[in-house]
Design a protein around this ligand. Structure first.
Ligand SMILES: Nc1ncnc2c1ncn2[C@@H]1O[C@H](COP(=O)(O)OP(=O)(O)OP(=O)(O)O)[C@@H](O)[C@H]1O
Ligand SMILES: [Mg+2]
Length: 446
């Protein structure tokens, strides 16, 4: 998509015909409109990159009106204003109102081409930048909601302030944190990450800030905490709501004083960019005293909220396609398509587990379906049975179901989730195993 589309608006039919011919000969896509009414219609129908607009023709009295309208409606459209000879005041007025350049009549073809080439370079540069940003963000999304999130990621990356990423489980908070880091000034370095839910409470302070030898009984050597590793890079604190309240106070001090304090000594300035994430309502945690208000406001300097997938269902099919491609690359298998009916079915699901649930569902279908075009029933998974509990009581049927789930999962785990090997070990046919995996809703991830 490297083409540049130009709309020329001028009431001189001969000028329009000659100029559009010249532009087409030089590889541009050119359309013409002899009045502003027609121009509005054409603009509404297609996407254009450059609008050449003659403001000096009486029939185009509304030219300035069109310019204002275009600036508001199509902010990415560049306007090359055509002015009458010596009509500099109009040109100045147009530039002030957002036109990108102007050219005086009579127009020499070479001059026009130079102006158009300059604008085209600018457009291609912007397109390239967008592509780079999109691939650096590394997230899929075509909906306005996700485009807004991508914009926030790019803008957050440019500041030195803490970023808080919120959203339900599986919406892509970790992915977004990596994108903020990658696009930031620390992007060339590794990001340091910690999951606050997985650190034992009494070790938290030592893990984060480290300690000096002899700082307490048992501190036989000095110990470098995460904060020191995170010097000159980003520090991602996942599930920040789980940070113990006393450690919250210490984190607040790091943020307000820019200083890390090892247990037993001061270590100096911490040039660290804090990115935190939470799927909990931190404001509610502040209200019921589980989270320090001052820390919340610090962490929340820049907020990126990722909406649940069901609120931007336009992204479901593109995401499913992305997960298929990703799966095929990792597993060296051929891609499959998703039938139009299955696409509708996928779009109508609730996806309480968001992108993660969709990813699991797509991968399960990739493994279990024999079809090259996936249908809705390939994605059908019965709920339940994530972690089989073989001890609890229930009906015989329930117990058997739980036992079967447990058995299949254990064998799958032991075989690195390789279906053929697991089927062999269980003495089952591969397609039968797939059916059972689907029927029991067994996850194909450890
Ligand atoms: N927009 C997206 N584009 C591509 N992949 C995505 C997107 N959003 C999420 N994913 C994928 O979905 C999965 C879950 O994402 P991630 O781990 O970032 O979610 P999370 O919000 O951190 O979840 P949790 O709250 O459970 O920690 C990952 O495999 C991730 O790669
Ligand atoms: Mg996460």
């Amino acid at each position: 998509m490297d083409e540049i589309r130009i709309l020329l608006v001028d009431d001189d039919a001969t000028f329009c015909a000659l100029t559009s011919d010249l532009l087409r000969k030089h590889g541009f896509i050119a359309e013409t409109a002899l009045n502003t009414l027609r121009a509005r219609e054409i603009l509404a129908q297609g996407t254009f990159d450059i609008l050449m607009l003659d403001l000096c023709v009486p029939a185009l009295q509304d030219g300035f009106g069109l310019l204002d309208e275009v600036r508001a409606k199509y902010p990415n459209l560049l306007v090359l204003m055509i002015s009458g000879e010596g009509n500099i005041s109009d040109a100045v007025h147009a530039i002030k109102n957002g036109a990108s350049d102007f050219i005086e009549k009579p127009i020499e073809p070479e001059h026009l081409l130079v102006r158009i080439q300059n604008l085209s370079e600018r457009i291609r540069g912007e397109r390239q930048l967008k592509k780079l940003e999109q691939s650096a963000i590394g997230m899929v999304g075509v909906s306005d909601a996700m485009k807004k999130v991508f914009g926030q990621i790019v803008s957050a990356a440019g500041y030195d302030l803490p970023v808080l990423i919120t959203g339900e489980t599986g919406v892509g908070k970790e992915l977004a944190s990596r994108a903020v880091h990658r696009l930031s000034k620390f992007g060339g370095r590794d990001m340091v990450s910690i999951n606050c839910a997985s650190v034992p409470r009494d070790l938290f302070e030592a893990e984060l800030f480290g300690y000096e030898k002899g700082a307490f009984t048992g501190a036989v050597n000095s110990y470098k905490g995460y904060f020191e590793f995170a010097r000159n890079t980003s520090f991602f604190l996942d599930e920040i709501s789980e940070l113990p309240i006393d450690v919250q106070a210490k984190l607040l001090r790091v943020l307000s004083e820019g200083e890390i304090q090892r247990i037993g000594s001061k270590v100096g300035i911490a040039d660290t960019r804090i990115i935190s994430a939470s799927n909990q309502d931190l404001q509610a945690a502040v209200q019921n005293g589980r989270f320090r208000e001052a820390l919340f406001y610090r962490l929340n300097s820049i907020r990126i909220h990722i909406p649940p997938l069901r609120q931007h269902s336009a992204d479901i099919v593109p995401l499913a396609g992305h997960f298929i491609n990703d799966f095929c690359q990792r597993q060296h298998t051929l891609p499959k398509e998703i039938s139009p009916r299955a696409q509708v079915w996928l779009t109508e699901q609730k996806w309480e587990g968001n992108a993660r649930e969709l990813k699991n569902c797509v991968e399960r279908a990739m493994i279990c379906s024999q079809r090259s075009v996936l249908e809705a029933d390939d994605f059908l998974i019965l709920p339940g049975g994530e972690e089989a509990d073989t001890t609890s009581e229930g009906t015989l049927r329930d117990s058997l179901r739980k036992y079967e789930t447990h058995l299949i999962r254990e064998h799958l785990k032991a075989n690195g989730f390789n279906i053929s090997q697991t089927a062999k070990q269980l003495g089952m046919d591969k397609s039968n195993l797939c059916k059972r995996i689907r029927a029991l809703g067994i996850s194909l991830q450890s």
